[in-house]
Design a protein. Structure first.
Length: 367
């Protein structure tokens, strides 16, 4: 019996005649756009001993050309990938993703080696076999998990699980006295290569932990693990605690230094802003002062105008230049009662006309 996930995935490959919106082909029974959660599985992949296989049908392998063209829904291409999968990481997931996408209709079987085989042929693992089985079960690309997988694939194992192709990176894997444990698979034409993800591996992760052992030991002591659980001696435990205190002091000093730098920077920015404003105001003040009290300022013009008005106010008025003569006209003559002659009319002309007046009087006397 095939898991429902395989038929659901393969049903997406069937297309109707015609096209959907924007020229995209419509899928059989599935809307053009699916919700995000519909792409993931909701249950872990089953173990191989939990899956029922119909042995009444003969086991006939498909060729690579047939697999690439696409097989019927009830006959997916059965691809097998094996490994240790210790500290399951993105490199493992990418390898399984490539194996799942080798052919249009793929059923991926993943074999996980037991602790006994791994410790004998490769070395000690961080995770035990049950933890590694569970990690692989929860990878979305896996359809079935084989527990206690063999180190070297035998024809009997391939026939039992009806495997069509074996997926692995093409780098020769020397182990168990062989230069390449997949050599006979390659010769049988059942090998499907995948690309190895560089920069990430279980050995790299372990190397980081070993290299920074003190950091991780201090980290776990801080999180509540005991020195006995971490296999740390009493002296090292005290040393780690002392280092932790020193680091806290350093962090506080660094925080204070950063805060002081921020404060100084803010003060500097504020002072620069104040200086700029002061310069603008000072230039404006100087300009206004010069405009008022400068050589050609408004005050000088005001003083000139006031001085002119003052001089005009205190100076006598002059006769108009258009007058015919500047001499004062004589006052009208006054005749004495007993004289026919008019005496001078004003004291101002008395001296000037004194002789004439005297003459006139003498004449009157003579008369």
């Amino acid at each position: 019996m095939e898991p429902p996930s395989s038929s659901r995935l393969n049903s997406r490959k069937r297309r109707k005649d015609g096209s959907g919106p924007n020229g995209a082909a419509e899928l059989d029974g599935i809307p053009p756009k699916l919700s995000r959660r519909s792409f993931g599985l909701r249950e872990p992949a089953p173990f191989s001993d939990e899956v029922e296989i119909d042995y009444s049908k003969p086991y006939i392998r498909v060729t690579y050309e047939e697999a690439m063209r696409g097989t019927p829904l009830d006959r997916p291409v059965r691809v097998y990938a094996d490994g240790i999968f210790d500290l399951f990481h993105s490199g493992h997931a990418r390898a399984l993703m490539q194996a799942k996408n080798l052919f249009p209709n793929t059923y991926l079987i993943v074999g996980v080696c037991s602790d006994e085989l791994t410790h004998n042929f490769k070395g000690f693992t961080v995770m035990n076999e049950n933890e590694r089985y569970d990690a692989v079960q929860h990878c979305r690309y896996v359809d079935e998990v084989v527990r206690n997988a063999p180190w070297t694939l035998t024809p009997e194992f391939l026939a039992e699980h009806r495997i069509d192709f074996v997926a692995h990176d093409d780098i020769p894997y020397s182990s168990a006295g062989s230069d390449d444990v997949y050599k006979h698979i390659k010769e049988a034409g059942m090998f499907a290569p995948t690309q190895r993800t560089e920069g990430i591996s279980t050995s790299d992760i372990i190397t980081r932990i070993v290299r920074d052992y003190d950091v991780y030991a201090r980290r776990n002591l801080q999180r509540g693990y005991t020195a006995k659980e971490l296999n740390v001696s009493f002296i090292n435990e005290k040393k780690y605690h002392l280092q932790e205190r020193v680091d806290k002091v350093k962090k506080r000093v660094k925080d204070v230094e950063e805060k002081s730098k921020e404060f100084v920077q803010k003060v500097e920015e504020k002072s620069i802003d104040l200086i700029q404003k002061w310069e603008e105001k000072s230039r404006e003040f100087i300009g206004n002062f010069l405009e008022m009290f400068g050589p050609e300022g408004a005050l000088k013009h005001m003083l000139k105008e006031g001085k002119g008005r003052m001089l005009q106010a205190i100076s006598p008025k002059q006769s108009p230049s258009s007058s015919p003569t500047h001499d004062r006209s004589p006052s009208p003559s006054f005749r004495w009662p007993f004289s026919t002659k008019t005496p001078p009319s004003s004291p101002a002309n008395r001296s000037r006309n004194e002789s004439a007046v005297t003459y006139d009087i003498s004449e009157d006397e003579e008369d």
